[in-house]
Write a protein that binds this ligand. Structure first.
Ligand code: GLA
Ligand code: ZN
Length: 688
């Protein structure tokens, strides 16, 4: 999105939000602990708590018996202390009495399998009328009491919506959803190509996503799961809005595979994310850094470019990882700066204080069982106290000239297809997204995530790896984009299918991409893991690696109307093209026919940026281990420079004079960073 200044994340709060999930309901019998919490929060440089996320049983210990006094007390004290409360609806975890009285509020995991027992959390049936009624009731009570409380700034709808239910009610809902979408069984039979294996329906009751596993049907089931979740979320939103006009959010989980977040986003006032990258600061973590940036870029893009909120992260360990590696000193700050660099105007944690029991007593927190005389607390506080110095950054956007076309429709389309590789996880869609995103971000490019029905007009360069589902509309949009001077790089496995998962006829890539890219992909070799095919470049694209290694997917393509930039060098298809380019209108379309190693991909991005003068943060690729990001409000530019390695590095700077926002030192040309260091700089518009 173009550089611009956005309104504050919350119009009722100044400055960065710096908060944590707070569970005073676990400590009601220990008032001195709660007392302490209020002392500690400002020492930690924090100003916000997310309250009530799993508090239903504490608010309503028995059906209809309410205990809102403790929450009232906390909120009143927060209002006095100027602590911004993000108030959660408690639907993520239901009271045991509810599951006991109405077992149908729980999920069915397998069709015709048993209902889930009560269990931990996040396991309700989204179609259950009883659950909807009960959630709406408790949300309404919260809204009535606290929806206008001065401490409350934002609604946190539920917690990490996710999963699916395979009960009879959900199945009936799916059939109704199909009827609305398709209108007739003829249309449905055609969309699913139901002549195959003799499965045309003549009654809606015959539609069965758990028994007949045709590609199109599976894909629609996933779409339905998103839509029923959105419907549930809107029910929650309507309930809190009864007595409150505060903004709403729900905490997402990056590229969580189960929900199409593009369908949730338009209903949310604030986009928020939970992010737990496994940084520890002991090795070159460039790849993990760019992966975390990929999720963060998605969050900014989901909100149309506006600043968003990191709702959960941890300053120390995760209790659910294989090992228990500590974040080395400095790693926490780098992780937070990286999120701000991608547009976050608030960074919060799970969790404020470690509980004594339960299943997350070892999970990172600000306050440990021993109290606050800890390294983690010190690092959080140091970071928290630098936030006011970064306030100029608030509200700025990210001027991304590169759009990465990827979404759940592409991903699910491929995953729901039987083939080309058997295991959906081994198809590697997200691996390839991460690899292309890494190539761009490690080059110093700002990248937006663009959904397949998104607006392409803001970009100079579009990347569409494994763009599996391309309909006519996207095909035409890409043609226009290139015709108007844009550069497109797409790849193998693109435009195979339409949105019903039916293959395009007339040769891949379909939907006009065969003409646009000037290539026809006749067949594809799916290689076992570990096998490689050698690739050699021609010399027409300066900067492209001379050789490379292809693996996993190698298409045999014909350059029908395209220039060949690289060819296979081994296998029976040695000599055939693997990378082509076609000039079309004012722009160019590149087609990469195989999954290439990272170094080759990096060089391809470098070469394309150079050849077509794609604007980037740095004039050249920074040295390995240095990652940069930029925010821009149209008047001021902010540079985020990260050392992804544990050893000192010299980071090149873009032209001009740059001032460190936290201590005022100025730099030109380059900046020395110690291991895992991270800086935020502002551009000085003066020549000296
Ligand atoms: C999720 C949940 C939190 C907590 C953390 C632990 O993000 O939302 O309640 O369980 O994981 O990492
Ligand atoms: Zn259900």
């Amino acid at each position: 999105m173009p550089a611009q200044s956005y309104p504050a994340l919350l119009n009722n709060h100044q400055g960065f939000l710096h908060g944590a999930d707070y569970n005073p309901d676990q400590w009601l019998q220990h008032p001195h602990i709660i007392e302490e919490d209020f002392q500690i929060i400002s020492r930690a440089g924090m100003n916000s708590w997310s309250l009530g996320i799993f508090s239903w049983a504490a608010l309503e210990p028995e059906p209809g018996v309410y205990r809102f006094d403790w929450m009232q007390d906390i909120l009143d004290r927060c209002a006095q202390a100027n602590i911004a409360i993000i108030l959660a609806t408690p639907s993520g975890s239901k009271p045991a009495w509810l599951s006991q009285a109405h077992p149908e509020v729980c999920r069915v995991l397998q069709w015709q399998g048993p209902r889930e027992p009560h269990r931990g959390r996040h396991n309700h049936c989204p179609s259950s009328e009883v659950y909807r009624r009960e959630v709406s009731r408790i949300n309404g009570e919260l809204s009535r009491r606290f929806g206008a409380h001065p401490a409350v700034k934002l609604w946190h709808l539920s917690n990490e919506y996710g999963g699916e239910c395979r009960c009879e009610t959900c199945l009936q809902g799916f059939r109704r959803w199909l009827q609305e979408r398709y209108g007739s069984l003829d249309a449905l039979n055609d969309a699913y190509w139901n002549g195959f294996w003799g499965h045309p329906y003549n009654d809606w009751e015959q539609v069965h996503p758990f028994e007949v596993i045709h590609d199109g049907l599976q894909l629609d089931w996933r779409r339905f799961v998103t839509d029923i979740t959105v419907d549930f979320m809107l029910m929650e939103k309507a309930a809190v809005r009864q007595h409150s006009d505060l903004p709403v959010t729900t905490n997402m989980m990056g590229h969580y595979p189960g929900l199409d977040y593009w369908r949730l986003a338009p209903h949310l006032d604030v986009i928020s994310n939970d992010a737990y990258p496994s940084f520890d600061g002991r090795s070159d973590e460039s790849t993990s850094l760019t992966q975390a940036i990929c999720d963060a870029n998605l969050m900014r893009s989901l909100g149309g470019g506006k600043p968003w909120l990191l709702m959960e992260s941890t300053p120390s360990q995760l209790n659910w990882t294989e090992n228990f590696v500590m974040k080395r000193p400095g790693v926490h700050r780098r992780e937070m700066y990286l999120q701000i660099g991608a547009g976050a105007d608030g960074t919060c944690y799970f969790q404020w204080r470690k509980g004594r029991g339960g299943s997350e007593k070892y999970h990172g927190a600000i306050i440990d069982h021993a109290g606050t005389h800890t390294r983690v607390m010190r690092e959080v506080a140091e970071y928290g106290h630098t936030l006011p110095q970064l306030e100029a950054v608030l509200g700025s956007g990210v001027n991304a000239r590169v759009g990465l076309i990827e979404d759940w429709q592409m991903r699910w389309g491929l995953e729901c297809a039987h083939g080309p590789r058997k295991n959906p996880k081994h198809k590697g869609y997200m691996d390839e997204i991460h690899a292309w995103h890494h190539a761009a971000v490690s080059r110093g490019l700002s990248v937006d995530i663009v959904p397949s029905n998104g607006d392409l007009s803001n970009y100079d360069l579009l990347l569409m790896p494994m763009g599996y589902q391309v309909d006519e509309k996207l095909g035409q949009a890409l043609e226009r984009f290139v015709g108007n001077g844009g550069i497109l790089i797409t790849s193998y496995l693109s435009a195979h299918c339409d949105p019903h998962n039916r293959c395009h006829l007339g040769g891949w890539p379909g939907s006009g991409l065969r003409q646009l890219c000037g290539v026809w992909a006749e067949e594809m070799d799916g290689l076992p893991d570990g096998e490689v095919v050698q690739v050699t470049s021609e010399t027409h694209l300066p900067g492209l690696a001379a050789t490379g290694r292809a693996r996993t997917y190698c298409e045999r393509i014909h350059a029908e109307d395209a220039e060949v930039l690289a060819r296979y060098r081994s296998e029976f298809y040695a000599g055939e093209p693997v990378l082509c380019r076609r000039a079309a209108g004012k722009g160019y379309a590149y087609y990469l026919a195989a999954r290439m190693d990272q170094a080759f991909l990096d060089s391809l991005i470098d070469a394309v940026v150079e050849a077509h003068q794609v604007p980037s943060i740095l004039p050249q690729r920074p040295p390995p281990g240095i990652i940069v990001q930029e925010r821009d409000n149209g008047q001021q530019r902010f540079l985020f420079v990260h050392n992804a390695t544990p050893t000192a590095r010299e980071a090149p700077l873009p032209p001009g004079t740059w001032t460190d926002l936290t201590h005022g030192s100025t730099y030109r040309d380059s900046l020395s960073l110690s291991g895992v260091d991270s800086r935020v700089l502002i551009w000085q518009n003066i020549s000296s």
